[in-house]
Write a protein that binds this ligand. Structure first.
Ligand SMILES: [Zn+2]
Length: 425
């Protein structure tokens, strides 16, 4: 029998509305008691004074590179990175080698990770090989545990295919997650198209590439009554389109990454390839639009788009570097620093965007913090300052633009599947 006693945690649970400071006793992975003061001499005791105890965070958009590119990240190192970032569940995108476009690959991911403290949920591809030509076997993927469908990394550009995908996924009430980017407008671009790209001489990717796809997709989703989710929104125009879709009552949701509400294209000036991501870092106005849309509830979720790349791959000319950065271990710190300590969100709202809402979008059951249910928590300190040190990352890759940044708010551990992962101070 294992017993853990978490003392004086600030429990915040959007599913039950709980917002209180209490002791929580967990016995054999189940919440045995939540009371003002608990004494249990056989339990291992953790002092949560000053810390928040929240339902386990869920990152609905990560790239773990297994199968196929384990030198960047494996399921094991990805899960370690997620745990260190405060996540108890992640949904992994299908751009692995082979693609998650068949039951075997989806089952491989589930089976290999079933004992990890972090649940790794496969997202099935929309099209075979993510080639945009032929639909993947969506029913089979669903049966093998896929929680959504996406060709992330590339846009489903064929409108007819997108329509059929929305119709099929809608039968299971699952979302189609679009990487919204017109390939013709994107072609050749490496950063946001604007004043900075012109002044430093790099080819640009216009906002329009994102805006036109989101507008088109919403029209299709409305026509077939589909469940549609926009991955990593970055432009003010895309957010505006989602806002108007929500006002019309459509089943449309979206997520934003911490880098898109923290950094701008000005950060590309030093040609640091860890500022190269897709969609690209945009302008100050876009960053403010992201924060306002988070506050208004137009942006439902914060997701990292954790995209590990080996150092040698990023240590090349800007134009030739791959897109993407790691994000799991800086997500809470950046979100607290940029959104909560600036007054855009309350801690309660942040928990909704990093736990409750992503789980609801993926049709996962709510996590409740109440007696008698399996314990699934994240612990974080909302005030603790720390300096990002990529060398300390649990991720196999270190490609972050945030190395050296001082953040306020730090993950301190998770509990899930009867396992505690505790991050020492
Ligand atoms: Zn993407």
């Amino acid at each position: 029998m294992s017993s853990y006693l978490f003392k004086k945690g600030h429990i915040i649970d959007p599913a039950t509305g709980l917002d209180t400071v209490k002791d929580v006793l967990v016995v054999d992975g189940v919440i045995a008691a939540i009371r003002d003061a608990i004494d249990e001499e056989h339990a291992e005791v953790f002092d949560l004074d000053g810390m928040v105890l929240a339902p386990g965070f869920c990152d609905m958009h990560v790239h773990f590179r297994e199968p196929g590119q384990e030198y960047k990240e494996s399921l094991q190192t990805g899960a370690l990175s997620a745990a260190a970032g405060g996540f108890t569940a992640v949904a992994c995108m299908p751009n692995t080698v082979p693609t998650i476009d068949n039951a075997e690959t989806a089952l491989y991911i589930r089976t290999k990770t079933e004992h990890f403290p972090v649940e790794v949920l496969p997202i099935g591809a929309i099209t075979k090989g993510r080639e945009g030509k032929e639909l993947a076997p969506m029913a089979e993927l669903r049966a093998a545990g896929a929680v959504a469908f996406s060709d992330d990394g590339t846009c489903v550009n064929n409108t007819k295919l997108l329509r059929i995908a929305l119709e099929y996924a809608g039968m299971f009430d699952l979302p189609v997650i679009q990487h919204a980017e017109d390939p013709y407008l994107f072609a050749g671009g490496v950063m946001h198209e604007g004043f900075v790209s012109t002044s430093i001489g790099l080819p640009g990717i216009p906002r329009l590439a994102e805006d036109v796809i989101v507008a088109r997709d919403i029209a299709v989703a409305e026509y077939v009554d589909g469940v549609y989710h926009v991955a990593h929104v970055s432009s003010a125009g895309a957010v505006q389109a989602v806002r108007s879709a929500k006002e019309r009552g459509l089943k449309v949701t979206c997520e934003v990454t911490p880098h898109h509400f923290t950094l701008t294209d000005e950060h590309v000036r030093g040609y640091n390839t860890n500022t190269k991501m897709n969609p690209p870092l945009r302008t100050r106005d876009d960053v403010i639009a992201m924060k306002e849309a988070l506050r208004d509830g137009v942006i439902d979720a914060i997701a990292t788009d954790h995209a590990p790349h080996a150092i040698f791959e990023k240590e090349v000319e800007y134009a030739h570097a791959p897109f993407g950065i790691v994000g799991l271990e800086t997500a809470i710190g950046l979100s607290m620093t940029e959104l909560v300590h600036t007054g855009y969100l309350t801690v309660f709202e942040l928990i909704e965007k990093m736990s409750t809402n992503p789980r609801r979008i993926l049709r996962l059951p709510d996590i409740r913090i109440e007696e008698g249910v399996p314990a699934n928590f994240t612990f974080f300190h909302p005030e603790q300052e720390w300096t990002v040190d990529a060398a300390q990352f649990k991720s196999r890759s270190k490609n972050t633009p945030f190395h050296g940044m001082v953040l306020r708010g730090r993950p301190r551990g998770i509990f899930n599947r009867q396992q505690l992962v505790w991050i020492a101070e």
